[in-house]
Design a protein around this ligand. Structure first.
Ligand code: GDP
Ligand code: MN
Length: 387
């Protein structure tokens, strides 16, 4: 679950990280009132779940009410790479002497928390990592011990921060680690972590992702999920208790069981296709679940073809076939389907599909064959015999 910048900063503040105070508003008049209360100059910041807002024109400084009105009205409603701005954050503008980068995340391959730090913050950190990897300090933390104060100081020193702010940077790293650890975050990032001309270290931006599966341990954080910014289909899926993830391609994918779904994504990618979404119908899928799943997959308009990959175990292939036939009565899909049924009652399932003679449904025997067929269909190329 990703947080908006201002929500992340509120978490930061709870753990003693310094941030500028500000207000989240949704219209120009409230922005004017907020700025008057905070005091000019202020910075107007688009609150969307995507980075690079500055480059996209979603972060602007305002010295007076006229400028504030101009920026607030431009940024509200702005589209930043597919994300519409509903909320802006107004905070007192900071003066910047230096911009650093700091992050805590889980390094899965090392099976340890990883602290990353650089004095080359503010810009694309990926670029620093690529061009000057020695400028990005990577430090693994013993998860049982946590990040000790001396370790944090060593990171700051190794990163060559200006000596007079080593202590404050260390404080910020310890606090950031505490945010990551105690809030069950998967990522806690500050870019930039600034030093002001008065030599104060402060988080100017935040990027925080919380582990949705641990939310039950954090009642305070439950209200942070931003319904307006959540993908509406993902929300519907969650409400129906189905695992659904939106991607960027044009092939809809349904499987039963996480492992099968993951390998289906791989096989489709290998065949040159690009998944638009995937949906795990789970074990024991029945006809009703399958109908809901088809509706969810097709709710995404980017989908040009759908791959159904079912391995029958507890799930019976004849039930899946019935669900698909029912779904076609209700939904009447306009895009082709490739169906691979294997396992429990697969013969019966295929027979049902064949009898129903659904328009534009193609049967495949193996996963590879299914992937190749669906990639061809999504590209508008014809394939062999239908079901
Ligand atoms: P991002 O582009 O989405 O990462 O948004 P940021 O919050 O990081 O803002 C982008 C850039 O705007 C920062 O790197 C700063 O250079 C600049 N910026 C943001 N807030 C302030 C501020 O209070 N004062 C000044 N001078 N610049 C700011
Ligand atoms: Mn930033």
């Amino acid at each position: 679950m990703d947080l908006l910048e201002y929500q992340g900063k509120q978490l930061f503040a709870r753990h003693g990280l310094k941030v500028s105070s500000g207000r989240a508003v949704e219209n120009v008049e409230d922005a004017v009132a907020a700025a008057a209360a905070i005091g000019y100059p202020v910075v107007v910041k688009a609150q969307v779940l995507i980075g690079g807002r500055g480059k996209a024109g979603g972060v602007k400084l305002a010295d007076d009410e006229a400028q504030l009105r101009e920026h607030a009205s431009n940024i509200l409603g702005m589209d930043i790479r597919g994300h519409t701005v509903h909320t802006i954050w107004i905070e007192h503008a900071s003066e910047i002497a230096s911009e650093y980068y700091a992050a805590v995340l889980l390094d899965r391959s090392a099976k340890k928390p990883l602290v990353m730090f650089s004095t080359e913050g503010g810009v694309d950190i990926e670029e620093v990592a690529e061009r000057n990897p020695e400028r990005l300090i990577r430090h693994h933390v013993d998860p049982l011990a946590g990040l000790a104060r001396e370790e944090a100081e060593a990171i700051a020193t190794q990163g060559a921060v200006e000596p007079d702010v080593v202590e404050q940077v260390a404080d910020a790293l310890v606090a950031l680690y505490e945010v990551w650890d105690t809030e069950d975050a998967s990522l806690a990032e500050i870019n930039p972590l600034i030093v002001t001309p008065e030599r104060e270290v402060r988080a100017l931006d935040s990027k925080v992702s919380l582990d949705g599966n641990a939310l039950f341990r954090h009642p305070d954080n439950q209200s942070l999920s931003d319904a307006e910014n959540e993908d509406p289909i993902e929300r519907r899926a969650r409400e129906q208790g189905v695992q659904y993830v939106k991607l960027d391609g044009d092939i809809g994918i349904l499987g039963n069981g996480a492992g099968l779904v993951m390998s289906t994504l791989d096989v489709v990618a290998h065949a040159g296709g690009s998944p638009a979404n995937f949906l795990d119908a789970g074990g024991g899928s029945n006809a009703e679940k399958i109908r809901q799943a088809v509706e969810l997959l097709l709710a995404n308009e980017a989908v040009k073809a759908v791959l159904f990959n079912i391995f029958g175990g507890i799930t019976r292939c004849d039930e899946v076939a019935r669900g698909l036939i029912e779904a076609f009565e209700v939904v009447k899909p306009e895009v082709p389907f490739v169906v691979r049924l294997d396992g429990t009652n697969d013969v019966e399932g295929r027979r049902l599909l064949q009898e129903a003679a659904l328009p534009n449904v193609h049967a495949a025997r193996t996963m590879n064959e299914a992937a190749e067929m669906v990639v061809a269909l999504a590209a508008g190329r014809p394939v062999g015999a239908g079901a």
